[in-house]
Ligand binder design. Structure first.
Ligand code: ADP
Length: 326
């Protein structure tokens, strides 16, 4: 079953234990009860993801994020514990990626409108670039207040909120006894256990589909067998348009140094224990490029990455390389 959050389709799939019954009447009762349990669990996951969407969406004017964006340049804003934990995580990734991932990217990022094919001009970019950078955030962790040190600062948690949302969805299912399942939100998936004795196969989409691919199988360049992990993919094909003037692809992953779409890599997948880490790490590596990106992922235990360059080269982090292969 799917529902929309943060501009993408979201869904959950899971196995319930086989029902117990000893005669046909009991069988239909047991199946009915199972169906009801499945519906209830899906509804719990949907509600939690909707809650997250409503708080952190930049598209909803009344979201906590929008209110902070409107007010934090003039007065410090008190954040909820959950919001504070997301800001802490974002600041950690920003530091680890030397600013390639930075939630203040939105100071420029929010000037893009992909649906209507609008990109800011160079003048607007130079005016707003000084509003990007972690030092534009005055973050008082103890009192949980956030203020902006430049009038044009905007933040956006789109680089980690979906990873967090799939973690939360998976946590809810686990707490209700689910041992085999997956929760998906666009490019982010959290897996619970295995697919009843087999790994889950999560695909890395071919970033340059021709449109002739007949099915899911043909659309993937790789399929990763994963168990009990989260995986996030950042790609330049998810939200983009082609600039009519210079034919360049304008997409949703912004290099905070230039205020423009990041180039070099066209797809980065990161997998490891938690979606709240895989989501911002895939965006960070996308912006950092091959060398720095691989160095970053190789320095983080339990997380691996697959990178695809604009020339179609596929690169792997050290944990995925066979040490005996030459
Ligand atoms: P999605 O699954 O939403 O496509 P990605 O992992 O590809 O997510 O991350 C892209 C999202 O991250 C963008 O939609 C935007 O909200 C946010 N983002 C884009 N560039 C940056 C950046 N340099 N730093 C932090 N967040 C970013």
């Amino acid at each position: 079953k799917t529902w929309p959050i943060m501009g993408t389709e979201t869904g959950a799939r899971f196995w319930l234990d086989d029902p117990n019954f000893s005669n046909p009447t009991q069988q239909s009762e047991a199946l009915k009860a199972q169906q009801q349990k499945a519906q209830e669990l899906l509804e719990l996951v949907r509600q939690e993801m909707h809650r997250i969407d409503v708080i952190y969406s930049p598209y909803i004017g009344t979201s906590a994020l929008s209110k902070i964006n409107a007010a934090a340049a003039s007065t410090p804003q008190l954040l909820s514990q959950e919001f504070a934990a997301l800001v802490d995580k974002a600041l950690w990734v920003s530091q680890a990626s030397d600013g390639a991932f930075d939630i203040t990217y939105a100071s420029v990022g929010h000037l893009y409108d992909y649906r209507n094919k609008i990109a800011p001009g160079d003048e607007d970019i130079s005016k707003t670039l000084p509003a990007i950078g972690s030092d534009r955030l005055l973050w008082d962790r103890k009192n949980r207040t956030l203020a902006f040190t430049h009038p044009l600062v905007k933040i956006d948690l789109g680089g980690l909120a979906k990873g967090y949302a799939v973690d939360r969805g998976a946590e809810i299912l686990r707490n209700h006894g689910i041992k085999h399942g997956s929760v998906n939100a666009g490019g982010d998936t959290a897996l619970i256990g295995d697919n009843r004795g087999r790994p889950w196969f999560v695909g890395v989409k071919n970033p340059r589909l021709t449109g002739k691919e007949k099915n899911w199988q043909e659309q993937q360049v790789l399929k990763l067998p994963l168990i009990n992990e989260a995986i996030s993919t950042s790609g330049d094909y998810e939200r983009f348009f082609i600039d009519e003037q210079d034919g360049k692809r304008v997409h949703h992953i912004i290099n905070p140094r230039t205020g423009k779409s990041s180039n070099g890599l066209i797809s980065v997948s990161v997998f490891g224990p938690q979606g709240i880490n895989t989501d911002p790490l895939s965006t960070a590596i996308f912006v950092m490029g091959v060398e720095k990106g691989l160095n970053l992922i190789n320095s983080i235990q339990s997380y691996e990455a697959v990178l695809i360059t604009d020339t179609g080269k596929v690169l792997y982090s050290d944990g995925l390389v066979d040490p005996n292969a030459n």
